[in-house]
Design a binder for this molecule. Structure first.
Ligand code: NAD
Length: 335
């Protein structure tokens, strides 16, 4: 039995997380869920966007399923997401994006973006002076090594063929140059089993749109990975297609890559696919590959049958889409 911390958060977070937990319950009886609070509601109730009790819960459970939070317009706001990534040392952000074959689907894409998750532009070190603001961007050898090792290991374990390093070392010669040189060093040992590629981040953005099939696994720095995973999700059909995992040595947090979408919150129309697939990623991470695969296959077949949510031009709301997934899982079970 695995204990899962559930953090619904704000906006559409609670809506998509409820869909994901009901799919997980249908896929396995080996999970126990414990709910914690994060974001605006946590701040309202406990005066903190990430209360200590929530962090303790995240530490004491086997993994966390998180929805999304809304960023308030407050100058002293510290993101609870960046905080838990640092506090739990979740150094790898993994975002697999694949298009499901469906009526009206766009170019096929099946890419995994592995992004350094603890430093780069996200150290939030911004220094004001009379002329403006200086943002400190930190790139350390240790973080580069860890993320490149992670990407190579991920690619080998998942039978992927190629790892592409995305960087901007023609401009950021020292920092991105360090990242690229570590990538080159590490990849030399895998010449036979993994192809190696390098792309500047601007070219990679173009190619993801014009020729997405050329990419397999991308390893990149924090901000580039954040932007490119939304580009990839756009190619696949929308933000509903981008699940993610924040992974460290001891802890893990799985979340849809999208935000709290206040424009559609409360309407029951959010596409829950990214949250459901984040749940499947969590199962796989916990060694529960069979139910993970059942969820992934069932979601793919629901798309193939043309059951689409409104963001994809369909008529389904979050709940009725989820009911189709649960029905598909039960049908698999009875085979
Ligand atoms: P967003 O991802 O919330 O939404 C962008 C657009 O995509 C919106 O039009 C939204 O309706 C649509 N969208 C997002 N998820 C969808 C889904 N599942 N189904 C259908 N449509 C979906 O990004 P935003 O609007 O830039 O940010 C909204 C809030 O979320 C902000 O406060 C932002 O800071 C926060 N945010 C939080 C996280 C997080 O918690 N990890 C990540 C990104 C943004």
């Amino acid at each position: 039995m695995k204990k899962i911390c559930v953090l619904p958060g704000d906006g559409i977070g609670p809506e998509v997380v409820e869909c994901a937990t009901s799919v997980l319950r249908a896929a396995t009886d080996q999970l126990e869920f414990v709910e914690g609070s994060i974001g605006l509601a946590a701040h309202g109730e406990r005066g903190s966007y990430l209360p200590d009790e929530t962090l303790d819960l995240m530490r004491s459970t086997d993994s966390t399923l998180f929805g999304a939070v809304t960023t308030p317009n407050q100058p002293d706001y510290v993101s609870p997401v960046l905080t838990f990534r640092k506090q739990l040392d979740l150094y790898a952000n993994v975002r697999p994006v694949r298009s499901f074959s469906r009526p009206g689907s766009s170019k096929p894409i099946d890419v995994v973006i592995v992004r350094e998750n603890t430093e780069g532009m996200y150290t939030q070190n911004e220094v004001f002076d009379d002329s403006g603001v200086t943002t400190v961007r930190r790139v350390t050898r240790r973080a580069c090594e860890r993320i490149v090792d992670f990407a190579i290991d991920y690619a080998l374990k998942r039978g992927r063929q190629k790892v592409c390093c995305v960087h901007k070392s023609n401009v950021l010669r020292a920092s991105d140059g360090l990242f690229l040189s570590i990538f080159r060093e590490k990849m030399t040992s895998f010449g036979r089993s993994l192809k190696s590629e390098e792309q500047l981040v601007d070219s990679a953005g173009l190619m993801l749109v014009t020729d997405p099939g050329r990419f397999d696994v991308i390893v990149t720095l924090n901000l580039y990975g954040d932007i490119l995973s939304d580009v990839a999700a756009g190619v696949a059909g929308g933000l509903g297609f981008a699940p993610s995992g924040n992974i460290g040595e001891k802890h893990s947090v799985f979340e849809p890559a999208h935000g709290s979408a206040p424009d559609i919150a409360g309407k029951g129309v959010a596409n829950p696919t990214a949250a459901i697939l984040s749940g499947a990623m969590m199962l796989r991470h916990l060694g529960m590959s069979a139910p993970a695969m059942s969820i992934e296959r069932t979601v793919a077949s629901v798309y193939q049958s043309g059951h689409l949510t409104r963001d994809l031009g369909g008529r389904h709301g979050s709940k009725s889409f989820t009911e189709h997934v649960i029905r598909g899982l039960k049908a698999l079970d009875s085979l």
